[in-house]
Design a protein around this ligand. Structure first.
Ligand SMILES: Cc1ncc(COP(=O)(O)O)c(C=O)c1O
Length: 502
């Protein structure tokens, strides 16, 4: 931080009387943040942003100087001003020279993230580490939905997707205390709405409120809290049609809430079409984790949370703009940035959105601004690539669709060759985003063991050094198991070799 700030501080210190110096006002902060945040992350651009900041400080300094001058502390006449300006310029030139001297092994002057490589100042960041090696006999862990497949894309994107965060930035709990979601960064909101408009997968402009959360995981709990009736004499039941996302039951019952409790398979309530909804909250995951099925709510007339984290063109045809009451999305599945722990909900009803914000405030006092800033940048890179006619730019959805198509082709061939498993049928549909009829490529393979005598598919796979999640955890059969399709290429290659050899 120090090197780049020194010229600014020298200017400010010279121009502003010490006793007259104030911390920046709210409006000024916001303006400065905007300039910093729009830099693309190269050192030179950050420097120029800081120079602009120093200009602003200088402006305020001059005003204060005039005021102070009336009080007799600032240099009074034109000669004094010129002398001051000359001394400032000399200090600036000296310090810039110091700063731009190549320094072996010096770290950046501001915390920097990412894998950029085009640093012109001699402080090139370390190159990204190589992908971890996978030995042919390694145990491959495909139990979780870790989306490391996307790393290859973001390595390629390099400094374009880099974010530099000055030490002073984002310190308040709030982003805009006057808004419904006080901790939502405006840049993130803009980029989230933009990417939905680009893809056409959610009716984001139809009066929806945006609520940001620590991943879809926290938002799903906030939604259950917000949808539970106040003052009920027993917790409302939370259901989802089996096979359902295996985290729904433990997340619902983690704190044994007095408002809501896990109540199992939604289909079990719909006996003979009777639709015994009874005020349940239904979790509708579409495309579904674990089996990739496109789903509607199983119960009618009740409250539903639509978990649409996989409703992106790399996984499924985009058939229309979803417009449900509560819709969940996450960086983890659109761009692969699971580590940022950032998700968002589109919420139709203002009161429900407010209750969700209350929950998020109580449980974590909002969401990391650093993560929001990074997510905004990542989403901007995604959308920018589709703006305009330049098809040579790295396009995330194209990259991921190609990878998924190739992986599913290889998996289906390996499964067919082994005869040990079956997979859900491939489905196709017209995708409004790609303007083609395309196949669905789910983020998980829902394998069913067809081999005689094998009752537990996860155990069978474990015997072949493949860790998968057993079907019973999804409210399904033990003969099924879920395998992550989003791991790195090398891991996926080993998976295919193993399955082919069974
Ligand atoms: C259906 C579904 N919803 C939510 C999540 C969690 O998303 P996040 O990483 O944003 O908490 C996952 C993660 O695998 C998921 O599969």
């Amino acid at each position: 931080m120090t090197c780049l700030c020194v010229p600014v501080l020298v200017l400010a210190a010279c121009a502003v009387p010490v006793t007259g110096h104030k911390t920046t006002g709210l409006l000024g902060d916001d303006h400065q943040q905007r300039k910093i945040r729009t830099t693309s992350g190269t050192r030179g651009k950050v420097v120029s942003a800081r120079v602009r900041m120093s200009g602003m400080d200088g402006g305020r300094g001059r005003r204060e100087q005039e005021a102070a001058g009336r009080g007799g502390r600032a240099p009074a006449g034109g000669v004094g001003m010129w002398a001051l300006a000359a001394s400032n310029l000399a200090s600036l030139a000296y310090l810039l020279h110091q700063h731009y001297r190549p320094r072996a092994g010096a770290g950046g002057s501001v915390p920097r993230t990412g894998t950029g490589s085009d640093d012109a100042n001699g402080d090139a960041p370390a190159p990204p580490p190589p992908e971890p090696a996978v030995t042919p006999d390694a145990v491959i862990d495909l139990e979780l939905g870790d989306p490391t497949m996307y790393e290859a894309f973001w390595r390629e994107a390099g400094s374009r997707a880099e974010v530099v965060i000055p030490g002073w930035w984002g310190m308040s709990y709030f982003s805009d205390a006057g808004r419904l979601c006080q901790f939502l960064e405006p840049e993130l909101e803009r980029e989230v709405r933009r990417v939905h408009r680009l893809v056409g997968n959610a009716a984001v402009d139809d009066g929806y409120h945006l609520v940001v959360g620590n991943g879809a995981t926290q938002l799903f709990q906030a939604a259950m809290y917000a949808l539970s009736p106040a003052g009920a004499d027993r917790p409302v039941g939370v259901v989802s049609a089996a096979p359902y996302y295996s985290s729904y039951p433990p997340q619902t019952d983690l704190l044994l809430s007095g408002y809501y409790r896990w109540a199992g398979d939604a289909n079990a309530l719909d006996v003979d079409g009777a639709n015994n909804n009874d005020g349940h909250i239904e979790l509708v995951c579409s495309p579904n984790n674990p089996d990739g099925a496109v789903r509607e709510a199983a119960l009618s007339g009740g409250k539903a949370v639509h978990d649409l984290v996989y409703y992106w063109p790399q996984y499924t045809p985009i058939t229309g703009a979803a417009a449900h009451d509560v819709m969940l999305f996450t960086m983890s599945k659109i761009t692969g940035h699971a580590g940022s722990r950032l998700g968002w909900a589109l919420v139709r009803d203002r009161d429900v959105a407010k209750k969700m914000v209350y929950f998020l405030g109580r449980s974590s006092i909002g969401v990391s601004k650093d993560s929001q800033l990074r997510a905004a940048k990542i989403l901007a890179v995604v959308s920018d690539a589709y703006d305009g006619e330049d098809e040579t730019r790295l396009r995330l959805f194209d990259f991921a669709r190609r990878r998924m198509a190739e992986r599913w082709g290889r998996l289906r061939a390996a499964v067919a060759a082994s005869g040990a498993f079956s997979l859900p049928e491939e489905t196709t549909g017209y995708c409004n985003f790609t303007r083609q009829t395309v196949a669905a490529y789910p983020a998980f393979a829902w394998l069913r063991c067809e081999r005689e005598g094998v009752e537990d598919c996860a155990e069978f796979l474990r015997g072949h050094r493949i860790v998968a999640r057993g079907g019973e955890q999804f409210g399904g059969e033990a003969r099924c198991a879920r395998v992550n399709m989003l791991d790195r290429d090398r891991v996926f290659d080993v998976l295919i070799q193993r399955i082919s050899s069974l």
